[in-house]
Design a protein around this ligand. Structure first.
Ligand code: FBP
Length: 258
């Protein structure tokens, strides 16, 4: 059995991410989405298979009627601009006490500090597996030597690093077309690959097109934040995503959902 099975519906899943307050500052939020309870309530509807956040948000806001909890164990701010490093700020044990059914961790491959993050994740993965939960990696190429973090080669490299480190699933950015993303999925050696949503797309049609493409490329699903809680109609966006990702509906069928 794959450790991610409990997060899957028909082999796919949708993860709602809300760790941006730390990563970017509250700049991504408006009057409503700045409130963790508001965003968390979106994960009550049954559209999502996991809710990902930092431990402080889980401690103050999480309740069991929300989708299964995935606690991010590391994070950083966007203030320091040189080679990034995000260190662990929560133990696997504490995450489990808070109700986490999975833990997450970000590694910036290409950073001068990639080795420290790989080592830290190695220990986290072993602890998570001892406690019987999956360890999910966000892998983003970044740093002085990374000129473009979404090329076919870079994204496939990110996926491969996650698999070889023993991650149970990996979240990466989209390469921009299904053919090149397919190579990333092939490079995963069977672990589920999730696409990160990215900044809010110009139109919802454009975002849904991207989601539909990545699913055709063999993605397990998406781990999305801004394109849902910055939407004018988050419930409708979530239902459209569910239609494409979980129910295998076409782009046209999903966009017809009102
Ligand atoms: P989005 O769907 O909003 O892009 O969220 C995905 C995510 O990985 C978040 O979990 C994280 O906070 C953010 O993107 C990091 O983005 P970046 O490092 O590119 O600024």
């Amino acid at each position: 059995m794959n450790r991610m099975d409990s997060f899957m519906r028909k082999g796919h899943s949708l993860i709602l991410a809300y760790d941006h307050g730390m990563e970017h500052g509250p700049t991504d939020f408006n009057e409503k989405s700045v409130n963790p309870a508001y965003v968390m309530s979106m994960a009550k509807s049954g559209a999502f298979d996991a809710f990902a956040c930092q431990k402080g948000i889980a401690e103050r806001y999480y309740s069991s009627d929300i989708a299964p909890l995935l606690i991010k164990l590391n994070g950083k701010t966007s203030i320091y601009k040189k080679d990034p490093i995000a260190r662990q700020n929560c133990s696997v044990k504490r995450a489990v006490e808070l109700g986490a059914k999975a833990v997450g961790y970000t590694i910036y491959i290409g950073s001068a500090h990639e080795g420290e993050m790989m080592g830290e994740f190695g220990r986290i993965q072993e602890e998570a597996h001892r406690l019987g939960i999956p360890a999910v990696l966000w892998v983003y190429p970044r740093g002085e030597y990374v000129k473009d973090d979404t090329t076919k080669e870079m994204v496939a490299y990110a996926v491969r690093v996650a698999m070889e480190l023993g991650a149970d699933a990996v979240k990466v950015k989209y390469t921009g077309d299904p053919e090149s993303f397919e190579w990333a999925v092939k490079s995963a050696g069977g672990i589920p690959v999730y696409m990160a949503g990215g900044p809010k797309a110009e139109t919802e049609d454009a975002f849904m097109t991207q989601v539909s493409e990545c699913m055709k490329a063999g993605c397990a699903g998406i781990a999305v934040g801004r394109n849902v809680w910055q939407s004018d109609n988050p419930a409708r966006t979530a239902n459209r995503l569910k239609a494409i990702v979980i129910e295998g509906k076409t782009l046209e069928e999903a966009l017809a959902i009102r």
